[in-house]
Ligand binder design. Structure first.
Ligand SMILES: *[C@@H]1O[C@H](CO)[C@@H](O)[C@H](O)[C@H]1NC(C)=O
Ligand SMILES: *[C@@H]1O[C@H](CO)[C@@H](O)[C@H](O)[C@H]1NC(C)=O
Ligand SMILES: *[C@@H]1O[C@H](CO)[C@@H](O)[C@H](O)[C@H]1NC(C)=O
Ligand SMILES: *[C@@H]1O[C@H](CO)[C@@H](O)[C@H](O)[C@H]1NC(C)=O
Ligand SMILES: CC(=O)N[C@H]1CO[C@H](CO)[C@@H](O)[C@@H]1O
Length: 490
């Protein structure tokens, strides 16, 4: 395997060209020297609760026996057309015959919560991408999104385990916030070549994005919280491309880079390979350029990776289950978290698997759905609409119906998963051990969406000068991405 050395000078150049290349966090850093401040002793840091950053597979597995995971992730709002794009991308099978699964990092604006539930009930992952998609998000931004995904999307708190920072712009304080709010992992950092680490715990700090100063001693130390680096595709100029790689070149260029980098992982140490998209770019909307060829390129790439006996398309949660107890590829098919039994409730209960239809104009509907209309946004839920539009301060306003109203929907209790919960009758349709669920992650006060009382760790501070230097670039992207979205979707 050819090892590429990226110099700081090259990196600087990469950032300058970033706006022309792609979207948020498309390019990223990673120097050989920067990671030297990371140190971790594998004799004391042991699975399942601790793992040192390493380019080698966990559990002492040989690369040839290690599954090649591919994670496909989607960012921002969940809407019917975007969901269709995601489903088209995931239309491949794993070696055990189960469908590919993906992770969605959901921001709240324009999200249709009935589709959040549908995505979740189909075995995919729902994760937190803040309320209003702000860089450097407050604890309140993170907590508000989690509350809404639970209240209106029916996702148990304990199943919302992941976080990704908007614009991939996080600080030590962001990471400390997600730990305080009980998240299991962050996936906002970048892995290039030298720092192409398998997921690791933050007991000994960060080992990626070191050029920002985040790896400095004592800066981040969060026992038990996992970091899942995002794996960059190095293009022909050795510029790391991270998100929406399809925007950085022609379909054939992007396919070539992606295949080369996939092979680097597959023939190397089998680190996970990532395909990170904003599905809005791959979806046709009236009045915007035809996205079909972009989408077809990505779909073809995914289909070309599928079908190998050791290539698995998983959610980040599935990947973490494997990380904590790594088994050889030959044993992966039978792991409980790799099964695909569809819950059979014997009854239509608005669990997301049934009764949501998408009309030609891209509107979700179904007899059991509640329609929550607040002028600028119109979304659906299996639960109660709020009496006023959710806001950052009050993400979950009181229900529009009184609890004694015959049409009042019963919220998912902490001893049932929404895929078996009938919110109309208020009944858990599965109680045996195969589906027993107890949510231990319910916030102590459901009110406390204001974030947490504790402040960040004393060592928190702004990220280093390198990060500040790229702020204007991100700023431009923020504006144009948001402007694009609002234009499209309002
Ligand atoms: C990124 O985070 C830094 C540090 O908190 C902040 O100054 C900057 O405004 C953020 N950038 C964006 C695009 O939000
Ligand atoms: C959806 O549910 C409603 C109410 O139970 C029912 O009337 C309707 O026929 C269902 N639609 C489908 C496609 O099953
Ligand atoms: C929730 O917030 C309201 C208004 O701030 C307050 O009156 C109520 O006591 C809180 N409930 C809990 C359980 O903290
Ligand atoms: C939310 O947090 C802010 C700042 O910590 C505080 O001033 C405010 O009173 C809090 N609001 C609620 C409802 O707890
Ligand atoms: C600004 C605006 O469109 N307001 C409308 C919001 O919805 C209510 C109820 O449908 C209307 O009465 C308002 O005019």
């Amino acid at each position: 395997m050819k090892v590429l050395t990226i110099t700081t000078a090259l990196l600087a150049a990469a950032f300058l060209v970033a706006p022309a290349l792609a979207q948020e966090g498309a390019t990223a850093g990673g120097t050989q020297t920067a990671a030297s401040s990371y140190s971790c002793d594998p004799n004391t840091c042991k699975l399942p609760n601790c793992l040192c950053a390493s380019t080698s597979p966990p559990g002492g597995l040989q690369p040839k026996d290690t599954p090649q995971f591919v994670v496909i992730t989607f960012d921002d709002s969940v809407q019917s057309k975007l969901l269709q794009t995601a489903q088209d991308m995931l239309n491949v099978k794993n070696p055990n015959g189960c469908p590919a699964k993906g992770s969605w990092y959901v921001s709240m604006e324009y999200t249709d919560f009935s589709l959040v539930q549908q995505w979740y009930a189909n075995g995919n992952e729902i994760a937190d991408h803040t309320f209003t998609h702000v860089g450097s998000p407050s604890a309140q931004e993170i907590a508000a999104a989690k509350s809404m995904l639970h209240e209106y999307g029916g996702v148990p708190y304990g199943k919302i385990k992941g976080f990704r920072a908007p614009f991939l712009n996080y600080t030590a304080e962001t990471l400390s916030n997600i730990q305080q709010q009980g998240f299991q992992y962050d996936t906002s950092s970048t892995a290039t070549v030298d720092d192409c680490f398998w997921p690791y715990t933050l007991d000994n700090g960060m080992a990626n994005d070191c050029w920002t100063g985040i790896c400095d001693a004592g800066k981040v130390k969060l026992p038990g919280v996992w970091e899942l680096p995002m794996y960059a595709v190095m293009d022909n100029a050795n510029t790391p491309q991270l998100m929406d790689v399809y925007l950085a070149g022609s379909v054939s260029d992007v396919t070539g880079w992606s295949n080369n980098n996939f092979q680097r992982h597959y023939n190397g140490n089998r680190q996970p390979f990532g395909i990170y998209v904003h599905p809005t770019h791959l979806t046709n909307f009236p009045g915007t350029p035809d996205a079909s060829s972009l989408k077809n390129g990505v779909v073809s790439l995914i289909q070309s990776l599928a079908g190998k006996p050791d290539v698995w398309f998983v959610t980040n949660q599935q990947l973490l289950q494997w990380m904590q107890n790594p088994v050889p590829n030959s044993q992966l098919a039978s792991q409980p978290y790799m099964q695909c039994n569809v819950p059979n409730t014997g009854k239509e209960i608005c669990n997301g698997l049934e009764n949501i239809t998408i009309s030609a104009d891209g509107v979700a509907s179904g007899g059991l759905l509640q329609n929550c209309n607040f002028n600028t946004t119109n979304w659906h839920t299996c639960y109660n609409c709020p009496s006023s539009a959710p806001s950052l301060e009050t993400p979950v306003p009181s229900a529009s119906l009184q609890s004694n109203d015959p049409n009042y929907r019963k919220p998912v209790p902490d001893n049932c998963d929404s895929i078996w919960w009938d919110p109309v009758v208020g009944q858990c349709l599965c109680t045996d051990s195969s589906c027993a669920y107890k949510d231990t992650a319910v916030p102590s006060s459901k009110n406390s969406t204001n974030g947490t009382s504790a402040s960040g760790s004393p060592s928190d501070s702004k990220t280093g000068s390198a990060a500040n230097a790229i702020t204007p670039i991100y700023g431009i992207l923020v504006t144009s991405v948001l402007a694009g979205l609002t234009g499209l979707l309002l």
